[in-house]
Ligand binder design. Structure first.
Ligand code: GRF
Length: 208
């Protein structure tokens, strides 16, 4: 069975959606380790409730980013992790980590990449930028992680319509409810079933 390791920093609602889909039998996989960068992340309360092994490894404890990445790599390797899920992880990981799990790291981003993504686009900022631009459609993207922030091969996307009167907060909530919690579990399911392949940086075999 596919062994998953997840990286979180905050609320953990995306991780929750994946836990729920594993528990209801939609995804055949096991979350073997969750690493939080933040000791106060609510995601930790969620994983505890489901008896999932969880540790906090915060960047502050390490002298260099290399040492920090080593600690995460070692933890995942000890647990036999085959797929890494970034689920609201607020630390940018470097080449070393990416090389260790090449083609096996996924992330969810709350816009339709390549819009409103890259350095500086996280949290509410993404939705503020979408509203400032006046887009009528936004959404979410699950992608493989490579060296470029939010630049890896796209796995799944789902659009969400912007409504008159939307604020960054209302849009953030709808993008999560209507898109993120649906497409992240679906992408994991496709991976677990061996249905995803990457050819020339394009993901094949992924459809909603
Ligand atoms: C989500 O909006 C996700 O797209 C982004 O960070 C947020 C994490 O939320 N990468 P949660 O911790 O899963 O609730």
């Amino acid at each position: 069975m596919l062994k998953i390791g997840a990286l979180v920093s905050g609320g953990g609602t995306n991780l929750q959606a994946i836990i729920d889909n594993i528990e209801n039998g939609m995804i055949e996989a096991e979350i073997v380790t969750v690493i939080s960068s933040n000791p106060k992340a609510y995601a930790i309360e969620r994983t505890k409730k489901h008896g999932i092994n969880t540790v906090c490894i915060s960047k502050k404890e390490f002298l260099s980013r290399d040492d920090y990445e080593d600690a995460i790599i070692n933890k995942f390797n000890e647990a036999g992790v085959r797929l890494v899920l970034m689920a609201g992880f607020m630390v940018v990981l470097g080449d070393k980590f990416i090389r260790s799990f090449q083609g096996r790291i996924m992330n969810i981003h709350p816009s339709l990449i390549p819009s409103f993504c890259g350095p500086g686009y996280y949290g509410l900022r993404v939705h503020e930028a979408a509203l400032e631009k006046g887009v009528k459609v936004t959404g979410a993207t699950v992608h493989f992680v490579n060296e470029e922030t939010d630049g890896g091969p796209i796995i799944l996307q789902k659009p969400v319509f912007v409504r008159d009167g939307d604020t960054a907060e209302t849009l953030q909530k709808r993008v999560m409810e209507e898109a993120e919690w649906e497409i992240y579990p679906k992408a994991v399911k496709l991976f677990a079933e061996g249905k995803l392949s990457i050819e020339n940086n394009i993901v094949k075999g992924a459809h909603l």
